[in-house]
Design a protein around this ligand. Structure first.
Ligand code: NQM
Length: 365
């Protein structure tokens, strides 16, 4: 297939992120050709992404590829792709729970799933990890209604709730098999409840954990320590060489200040998140529930299944409970979250021509 010069595309806000949503059939099947096209659509590599749809930040340089599912337990397959901003890189090595919020509405909009007369539940297989989720949202009269009274931190105005429910996790929450490890001399808990995450007491990195993302990003010594910690933790978590991957994330923990369970600052992996990812928050919530994890040195364990994770622009509430797996290691029993999503634009995107030279790639941003 020659690379298309125009592609059907829907731009959506999913939770606190924004991305371009495509039907898999509208993109080349070959991953290399697809990724090259997506770089040109998003305007990468370029710190301003001036010639494409990307918003010059990892949280607004995201793509969802959606297709009918062959899995009888799912309605649609959702492949998440993180498109580098100033690097010519497209990564499928992580999920995105924020763009996940837009997948159900997009599937209805594109006719992949028939809408119910009041609400619609879409069963989604997350291709990146093989995990699944069910997203339920209002469809009065058989049309997606994005308006509603649900507010989520980091998004101005309210919108319709998209309730996302994750089934019990089959994979262990502790990729290292241990609740605590010492990595580059720092005590951490490596946890994966949908997003591989390294939890660390902010004080171990000589910060308070209450700094703004800009201040943390501007701290060169911290950036260096986080980079070394992440590379070593990635190996320990069985992820191999993560120098060009966007996982694991490193989340700094500090005591809560606004009635929540904990304060967080998350490196994704180089930029500091302006809030927190959905699955990132799910991993933090699970980490708070683990007996003997580093979180126990920072905060008291949450008293209820609803865990409020404070972040730089507010909070994310996660419903989380754990159970013991057959091997005696903890598993997620239930994880659920409320997000919102909104269709921003639906139409045809015109990628930058394929002839433009692509500068060499480097590590993730
Ligand atoms: O953790 C950013 C986001 C994310 C990922 C990131 C996400 C998740 O906020 O589920 O949503 O951690 O790179 O979109």
């Amino acid at each position: 297939m020659t690379a298309p010069t125009e592609v059907r595309c829907m731009l959506m806000r999913g939770g606190t992120s924004k991305g371009a949503y495509f039907l898999a059939d509208d993109l080349p099947a070959d991953p290399a050709a697809r990724d090259d096209l997506l770089l040109r659509i998003m305007g990468s590599p370029d710190p301003r992404q001036i010639d494409g749809l990307g918003g010059a930040h990892p949280l607004t340089s995201k793509v969802a590829v959606v297709a009918p599912s062959q899995d009888p337990q799912a309605d649609v397959d959702y492949l998440f792709l993180q498109v580098g901003v100033d690097k010519a890189e497209v990564s499928d090595r992580q999920n995105c729970g924020n763009l996940l919020a837009g997948v159900g509405p997009f599937a209805v909009e594109r006719g992949l799933v028939a809408a119910g007369s009041a609400e619609t539940a879409v069963r989604i297989r997350m291709v990146n990890s093989g995990d699944s989720a069910t997203a339920t949202f209002p469809t009065p009269g058989g049309r997606v209604d994005y308006t509603g009274g649900t507010e989520i931190s980091g998004v101005p105005d309210t919108a319709a709730a998209v309730v996302i429910e994750f089934p019990p996790g089959s994979a262990p929450l502790l990729p290292t098999g241990h609740v605590r490890s010492t990595v580059t001399g720092i005590e951490v808990t490596c946890v994966d409840n949908g997003m591989p995450t390294v939890l660390v007491d902010a004080r171990s990195l000589d910060v308070t954990g209450y700094e703004d993302p800009e201040e943390l990003e501007g701290n060169a010594e911290l950036a260096d320590r986080v980079r070394h910690l992440r590379l070593a933790a990635g190996e320990l978590m069985g992820l191999g060489d993560v120098s060009a991957a966007t996982v694991p994330k490193v989340t700094l923990l500090a005591p809560p200040r606004h009635g929540g369970a904990v304060t967080t600052r998350t490196f994704i992996p180089v930029r500091c998140h302006t809030s927190i990812g959905v699955l990132g928050a799910a991993s933090v919530a699970a980490g708070l529930l683990l007996d003997g994890g580093v979180a126990a040195s920072v905060v008291r364990p949450p008293a209820t299944d609803r865990v409020r994770i404070e972040h730089p622009t507010g909070f994310t509430d996660i419903e989380s409970s754990l159970a013991e797996g057959p091997d005696g290691l903890p598993r997620a029993r239930r994880t659920a979250v409320v997000r919102t999503a909104r269709k921003i634009f639906d139409g045809t995107v015109f990628p930058r021509p394929a002839t433009a030279p692509a500068p060499p790639s480097g590590g993730p941003r």
